[in-house]
Design a protein around this ligand. Structure first.
Ligand SMILES: NC(=O)c1ccc[n+]([C@@H]2O[C@H](COP(=O)([O-])OP(=O)(O)OC[C@H]3O[C@@H](n4cnc5c(N)ncnc54)[C@H](O)[C@@H]3O)[C@@H](O)[C@H]2O)c1
Length: 265
């Protein structure tokens, strides 16, 4: 399927690693120009070299997303170099285990890490998105729907992200801007690795979680998330807006019975 993404400038926050890396790769493969916005210069440099050596177009802005002044300046540089911004993928986040014992300052800091920069980036890109009739894809988490325990800040941020997806779809539809969210549940990435290693028996927990994912008894791959993001952002998805799309093998919503027996049995 021709997705019509050639030459589109796509901001991918946290686009050098994990799910973001897969999203960057997929947009590059479609002939778009992904701009990795993230804090890790070395990882971005490696990915850029590889993609450019394979004929892809890609750029990077080194930015700590919580530094909003830096973020605004980065958006300005992208517009100076490319002249337009067509897609914003809000992917950067961190499940930071800020729980109810952590206190209001830590909670506020978690919202800064996981939600405030999403609002800020879209705010800074708004005029450009109106010019391009662009699109926004927010990467949420099942935690907004299911809870996880011990992560109040992240849960609130991801709940807020779903709210903003609907709010912005309403607010920006008149400018031809579509806004959707893609929601992973269990994807093996550096963040997930870090989290699982904090548990008393990582291997046993991993096996237990895997066994309860209804479709295929396996984790979702980062590529499967990226495929959904690229399609949702593309003109081939032109009448889809305000949707919260769970790409999770049925983990979040299917009948509890499906978590203990194979689908199709
Ligand atoms: N991995 C999963 O199973 C899973 C499940 C649900 C939701 N998600 C969501 O998917 C998205 C990507 O997660 P991942 O697992 O690939 O994470 P990851 O930690 O493996 O990669 C995230 C990338 O974003 C960058 N980043 C994060 N915060 C940043 C900041 N403040 N400033 C600059 N760069 C920043 C990191 O440096 C990293 O490169 C996140 O929004 C996460 O909430 C992931």
């Amino acid at each position: 399927m021709e997705l019509g993404l050639e030459g589109k400038v796509v901001l991918v926050t946290g686009g050098a690693k994990g799910i973001g890396e897969a999203i960057t790769r997929s947009f590059a493969a479609e002939g778009a120009i992904p701009v990795i916005m993230g804090r890790n210069r070395d990882e971005a440099a490696q990915l850029i070299d590889e993609l450019r050596n394979n004929g892809g177009q890609v750029a990077a802005e080194h930015v700590e997303m919580t530094d909003l002044r830096e973020l605004q300046a980065a958006v300005g540089r992208v517009l100076d170099s490319h002249g337009h911004i067509d897609v914003v993928v809000n992917n950067a986040a961190m499940n930071d285990s800020v729980d109810l014992t952590a206190g209001p300052d830590a909670f506020r800091a978690s919202l800064e890490r996981n939600l405030v920069h999403v609002y800020a980036l879209v705010h800074y890109c708004l005029a450009a998105l109106k010019d391009s009739c662009g699109t926004i894809v927010n990467i949420g988490s099942k935690v907004a729907e299911t809870g996880q325990g011990g992560t109040s800040g992240y849960a609130a941020a991801k709940g807020g992200l779903n709210g903003l997806t609907r709010e912005w779809a309403v607010d920006l539809g008149r400018f031809g801007i579509r806004v959707n969210a893609v929601i992973p549940a269990e994807v093996m990435t550096p963040m997930y690795q870090r989290w699982i290693q904090t548990l008393p028996d990582p291997e046993a927990t991993l096996a237990q979680i895997t066994s309860t994912i209804p479709f295929g008894r396996r984790f979702t791959t980062a590529q499967e998330i990226a495929d959904a993001v690229v399609f949702t952002a593309s003109p081939r998805s032109s009448h889809t807006t305000g949707q919260i799309l769970y790409v999770d093998g049925g983990y979040t919503h299917l009948d509890r019975a499906a978590t203990i027996r194979d689908l199709g049995e």
